[in-house]
Design a protein around this ligand. Structure first.
Ligand SMILES: Nc1ncnc2c1ncn2[C@@H]1O[C@H](COP(=O)(O)OP(=O)(O)OP(=O)(O)O)[C@@H](O)[C@H]1O
Ligand SMILES: [Mg+2]
Length: 318
């Protein structure tokens, strides 16, 4: 299972929109996906469940140790996409966990015990049900670097960093990259920045072109070729409780997120995938080809972005 934290401590850059619609696109491409809402704003939950009743168990209950990861998962409009929902309760967790030793590893431990209890196949035991395992775990982080984001970074193997192509797009990014370094050094040696995503791009403005150039010179190959264009349909879909693929399947937003999912799969496989028809019928669950969890081929560390590859120097911030 690829575990990806979608994170940027800057607010409103497209983290939740990306988690919801990238998750949906991967599901439409036949991958089994779990998206996890780690933000007390619960925007991901509202986006995917709309006005449906708030599930009784959430990431708050999970991180308080009241239930297991599998128990909080709820279905969405797509058969291959499940959600670990959140509520505003999560806002209190930072304080509640202040004196708990090992609070940064709670999510990782919960997911590990879910994986080992569900995915492990004893040699002569029954095959686990297909819906009990996933190919992708996408973690939607809040716009802060507190205990919730740290739990995501400790649980994940990859970081995807959405950036808005606006003035000061890279502001605060070096702090985030330092935290990624710290987490890698202290708690999670496999964590790496696997991709940077330009969101809400208006290619007609000079500013967007200049900022994209700046992002490319800083991150090199790690900048996804796919750009998410500014698209009002993406902004409208959450209020209908739908992903872009059911709300506006012919929109640029749907095309861009499908292209992003394809690029992510192709990077891992090291080859092109056949084009996909955007009529977007939910794909049947098929065992996907093996996709490595590590850094994809051809995404070697760019010389201009050394901050993510350094070693840890100081303790993880509380
Ligand atoms: N490509 C896009 N085009 C137009 N609007 C977009 C696009 N992507 C996201 N939006 C809108 O921009 C706003 C911020 O997006 P989103 O909620 O995904 O950001 P976020 O980083 O998760 O924010 P927060 O830090 O508050 O959690 C939302 O209203 C969303 O609908
Ligand atoms: Mg968000």
């Amino acid at each position: 299972m690829r575990r990806i934290a979608v994170t940027n401590q800057k607010g409103g850059v497209g983290k939740t929109t990306t988690t919801a619609n990238l998750g949906a696109a991967l599901a439409l491409l036949g991958r089994r996906v779990i998206v996890v809402d780690l933000d007390p704003q619960a925007n991901l939950t509202l986006h995917l469940l709309g006005g449906r009743e708030t599930p009784p168990r959430t990431t708050y209950s999970l991180l308080r140790g009241e239930c297991g990861f599998g128990e909080i998962l709820v279905p969405t409009e797509l058969p291959l996409l499940r959600l670990a929902p959140a509520t505003v309760d999560l806002a209190g967790l930072e304080v509640e966990l202040a004196s708990v030793v090992g609070r940064e590893t709670l999510l990782r431990d919960a997911v590990a015990s879910f994986e080992s209890s569900r995915a492990g196949t004893p040699p002569d035991g029954p095959t686990p049900a297909q819906e009990d395992v996933a190919d992708f775990l996408l973690l939607d982080c809040p716009p802060s670097l507190g205990v919730l984001s740290l739990n995501a970074l400790v649980c994940a193997r990859e970081v995807v960093l959405p950036l808005q192509t606006e003035f000061l797009a890279l502001q605060g990014v070096s702090r985030l990259l330092e935290v990624v370094d710290l987490v890698r050094g202290r708690l999670n040696p496999v964590l790496h920045l696997s991709g940077v995503l330009a969101c809400m791009v208006n290619p007609r403005t000079n500013l967007a072109v200049e900022v994209l150039e700046e992002i490319r010179s800083f991150f090199g190959e790690r900048l996804y070729q796919t750009r998410i264009r500014e698209n009002v349909r993406l902004a409208e879909a959450p209020s209908h409780g739908k992903t872009i693929f059911s709300y506006a399947p012919d929109s640029n937003g749907a095309a861009d997120y499908l292209r992003l999912a394809t690029e992510i799969l192709e990077r891992a496989l090291g080859r092109s995938l056949p084009p996909v028809d955007l009529t977007l019928q939910p794909a049947r669950p098929e065992p996907p080809p093996a996709e490595p969890d590590g850094p994809p081929p051809g995404t070697a560390t760019p010389a201009a972005a050394p901050a993510t590859e350094g070693t840890a120097g100081s303790p993880i911030p509380a």
